[in-house]
Design a protein. Sequence first.
Length: 808
Amino acid sequence: MSGGESMQPRYEPRGVEERWQRTWEEEGLYNAEPDPDRTPYVDCHPPPNVTGRLHTGHALNLSVGDSLIRWKRMQGFNTLFQPGFDHAGISTQNVVERALIDEGTSRQELGRDAFVERVWEWLHEYGGKILDDFRRIGASLDYRRSRMTMDDGYSRAVMQFFVHLHQRGWIYQANRIINWCPYHETSLSDLELEHEDVDDTLSTIRYPLADGDGYIPIATVRPATIPADVAVAVHPDDERYKHLIGREVIVPWTENRVPVIADERVEVEFGTGALKVTPAHDPTDFEIGRAHNLPEPSCIGPDGRSTAAGLEGLTQGEAGAKILDWCRERDLLEKREHYRHSVAFCERCHSRIEPRISLQWWCSMEQIKQRPLAALRSGEIRYHPESQHRFAIDSLENAPDWCISRQIWWGHQIPAWYCPDGHVTVQLDEPSACGDCGSTELRRETDVLDTWFSSALWPFATLGWPEQTPELAQFYPGNVNTTARDIIRLWENRMIFAGLELMGERPFDDVVIHPTVLAVDGRRMSKSLGNGIDAFEVLERYGADATRYGLLKNSLTQDVRFSYAAIEEGGKLSNKLWNAARLIVIACEGSNAAERPSSLEERWILARLSQTQRQIEGYLGAFDFAHAMDELYHLTFDDFCDWYLEAVKARLYDGDADARATATFALEWLLKLLHPAMPHVTEEIWSYLPARESRLIVAPWPEAGEESEAGALERIQEYAQVFRRSGVVPQLDGDEKRIFDAVVKPDRAPQRENGNVEAERVRLRGEVARGEKMLANERFIANAPADVVAKEREKLERYKRELDAIGG
Ligand SMILES: [Zn+2]
Ligand SMILES: [Zn+2]
């Protein structure tokens, strides 16, 4: 063993944490191997973007996942904490495109194959750094098993998924309106958008009635879309326009005649209450257009510029201005006014999103969602907290068909081939001829799949599926998945239906939705507000243990402000634990851990360890990390350090063999309970304890024992409070007196004023009177819950004892 002398007087996480992170990984202690004789416990960690770096959301998610994994590992489960990355289609493509622009070239100049080659080169050099960040927080992922959604084997799984869904008849192509980035020239998912309030101008334009009988005024912020207007819609109950339904108006600029139609989707309060309908460039207009069988001409190209006759190539601002001039000359521009509204931008390039009709590949949700819905409704799979379970069900019930195609180059190219006659052949490998007509002139679809299409397979494609590997047999289905609520729709629900569909079994039992960490000011962290927290800086400054503890402690609700105080509390806890452990290591050098309690404080601390362990197990089992941290803090700080150790210290120094053995035993126990949340400081202390054959990370989780004496120090603790308020030393004898004197040190306390005694007497008399009155109230006794009444009685008894102790 190492002597206690070598334990530094002050704990310094820097260096120590990195050393344990290296050691655990080098010794293979994070590794998971298939073993049919052991029960597995699996958490497939959400794959971060391969281009990403650690942020506070990751740090919290890892703290949650790793605490569960470390706890289960100590309980003897064959744990797999699966790491890896998402190929992050658009964000990776964007990073590499920017590098190319800096070099004076472009993706288009390079061509597709050379570009994809460049992306791989870039990834080999710069990608995947985020796993080093994950190591730095102490996440015990099996890093050997890291996968990326673009790996060869994984890509094969993605192709198989697509072909499977296609054979089921659940994949189709259709022209629909989608979010379109004019810079990236691709469709985007809702998650890839940023919404911002912008200042705009609302123009009210007169649409003349075709029969010359007046006009309908219409307000729009996008005059550039006027050339693609195909109707004017009004609400069927709008008295202002009822008589115009069925007549025709003339669209400015194009001078096309279009019908006035009635539709309940029109907002009567917006603008003039009449809506120009442009199905190709607005989602609501698109719906109205489909409902009324209207044509869907477009006037804005994929690059965001106008394609309208006479406006070709102009930006939308330029085209809109020309149309407004045209209206002004004809007295059709009624007014222009300032208008502030929310607009969607591409999160990568900040281009304004163009809703656009285009031909995309879709996955029909109607049938595929039925099994996951049944699994969620029955509770076979459960989201935590309950509110998120309901949200997950709602979002599946209302899931629209999924746009799975993207018009970018980095990703899984869709396995569909077209012949000159337009037949589509879908299969795993390149076909030699068209499945319909036998033509050998085949052209592969250029679109790639949405990144979420591949990450939906994460729980089993990482284990080798579609190959039947030993890993797949042992580690699927998994147990738990932890993540943020904004990807329930995009990822969690899709993993559930992919797992049920392809594997026939749910991918996990529980989904833990951790809180969203807000900035200190309570707003969402954002670059533009400059209120973000740099997760590295926090790790550097406080260490991984304190960060993990603080994030978990501060995770009680679904939206939490980042709390430095909680992290500082974690730091204090590490130091307090270190100092207590150092005292025990030095005083007990040479004595092995053994359970030989012979005194009140020893029986009490063992009972408290048992009691708290059961509480912690309950909280961790219910994914309530905030309360688990509370219990650990109280157990370590108050019970172990302030009471037990102070009480037993003299006996340790006196060389009492039983006291030394028991102290070592109790410390080992405490370290085990703390390890899942604070792995580094506990492993470091463990290495100084005698006869250590194994690492703490793989030490067996203790068995909680007898806890009947967990309240044995209550009376002394009450008297300590009375003494601290009043200076009155209680009448105690035996063990109680010894413990009181050792912990409270009344002889060393400064003489406080006599007035304190009187003030304390007054306070306690008041409390006794209040309690007696309340318990004499029959209505209170009859109506209050039994445990509230019992608590009041207990309190009254306590106040009476305390009053007694200071002489009434
Ligand atoms: Zn973009
Ligand atoms: Zn054909």
